[in-house]
Design a protein around this ligand. Structure first.
Ligand SMILES: Cc1ncc(COP(=O)(O)O)c(C=O)c1O
Length: 396
């Protein structure tokens, strides 16, 4: 039977990471992997996470199954974190949340619930979007459409194009949005743009689905949730999928949450049963460890303060790398063509290089990024900045 299967091409991002690991050059630079790196190129375990893990380990009394919704205490803590403790939708009990296996698991689970709610859902995705969105949420009967988002010429958002396209979407269509730190472009909606977008979503009865993989990486944990909170406040229905991979640095522990904001409390209970029921058919229930750690951090004053400090350090480092890279590229190329890097947020930007230039950077200079020229800014260090800037200037 399996002789019918041919070897698949490598995943573009994971394949690039494998090539980077095999490269023996001392000058190699990794801007491909989607993980935070510190000045030494490490992705360390946060101190708050280490301390919480120790306590979880010491206090764990059983390893029996959790329920289908995962860790209930974690789900409640995540609701407060995502929406803010005093959000009206929480007071009205309109939000159903389940623990998921990372953001990816959440995206997949929500897609299945969407199919149950609507036999032929249309999901609008940004052009471009995270390449894994479609494979994760595709499946029988689901149709993808693309709304304009990034204007590569101006290195900014084509907001008029986005709104005018969504004005023509049909009632009940789902609009997948990046809550903050848009991947791969780094271009985020301003608060004013979110306000205008939510008016269009309301008028056309569209359902926003916010993918929040980087809450706390752009401006702050509350600021970054502006759009998701607004949707939950102003619209009868919305969805939020959250990943704890980046902001807690627990990538391999696979922790996330899927939240459906329903029209009323009764419908929220119904949605909770469907989220749990879908989970049962995919992986039965999520793993316990990482969610217990996040739950403890969010509920313990000292651990939370330490975590917020560490998260702030990661955010500040990325934002200052953005400024440094822009300044160095502008000085080296005597142009302002890279000024957008400093304006954007989160780990990623599209540098605006051709696929050939990206290949040359890899083959000649051992600098790795995705062929779209998506670069992980956290991979830049003081020690490789000049080398990187000279190499980019050389391939332009
Ligand atoms: C936009 C976006 N959504 C979701 C995810 C999924 O994250 P996780 O590793 O928690 O599955 C990522 C990870 O890179 C992402 O960039």
């Amino acid at each position: 039977m399996f002789e019918r299967l041919d070897r698949l091409a490598d995943d573009p991002i994971l394949g690039m990471m494998a090539k980077y690991r095999q490269d023996t050059s001392e000058q190699k630079v990794d801007l491909a992997a989607g993980v935070y790196q510190d000045e030494l190129g490490n992705t360390p375990v946060l101190r708050a996470v280490k301390a919480a893990e120790q306590r979880v380990h010491d206090n764990q009394k059983t390893k029996t199954y959790e329920g289908l919704a995962g860790n209930i205490s974690f789900n409640v803590a995540m609701q407060d974190f995502i929406f803010g403790e005093r959000h009206p939708a929480l007071a009205d009990k309109r939000i159903a949340t389940v623990q998921t296996t990372g953001g990816s698991g959440g995206l997949h689970i929500v897609a299945d619930v969407l199919r149950r709610a609507n036999s032929a859902p249309v999901v609008w995705v940004s052009g471009p979007t995270w390449p894994n969105h479609r494979p994760l949420i595709k499946g029988g009967g689901l149709e993808f459409k693309t709304y304009p988002y990034y204007d590569a010429e101006r290195h900014g958002i084509d907001f008029d194009g986005m709104l005018s396209t969504l004005e023509h979407a049909n009632a009940g269509d789902v609009v997948l949005l990046h809550g903050c730190c848009h991947n791969p472009t780094g271009a985020d909606l301003s608060a004013k743009q979110w306000d205008a977008l939510v008016d269009v979503l309301a008028r056309n009865e569209l359902v926003p689905w916010n993918d929040m993989a980087y809450q706390g990486f752009a401006q702050g944990t509350d600021e970054d949730a502006y759009g998701a909170r607004l949707c939950a406040q102003k619209l009868p229905e919305s969805v939020v999928v959250t990943s704890c991979s980046k902001n807690f640095g627990i990538y391999r522990d696979r922790v996330g949450a899927a939240s459906i904001v329903a029209a009323d409390a009764e419908k929220a209970v119904a949605c909770a049963t469907h989220l749990a029921n879908v989970t049962r058919t995919v992986y039965s229930m999520p793993p316990a460890h990482g969610a217990a750690v996040v739950d403890l951090i969010l509920r313990d004053e000292d651990l939370k303060a330490l975590w917020l400090e560490e998260l702030g350090d990661m955010r500040d480092r990325i934002n200052s790398l953005r400024r440094n890279l822009t300044n160095a590229l502008e000085a080296r190329t005597s142009t302002n063509r890279f000024s957008f890097i400093a304006r954007q947020t989160g780990m990623f930007s599209l540098l605006g290089l051709t696929a050939e230039q990206v290949d040359t950077l890899r083959e000649k200079f051992h600098i790795y990024m995705v062929s779209s020229s998506r670069a992980n800014i956290a991979g830049v260090r003081k020690s490789n900045l000049d080398y990187l800037v000279n190499a980019i200037a050389a391939v332009l």
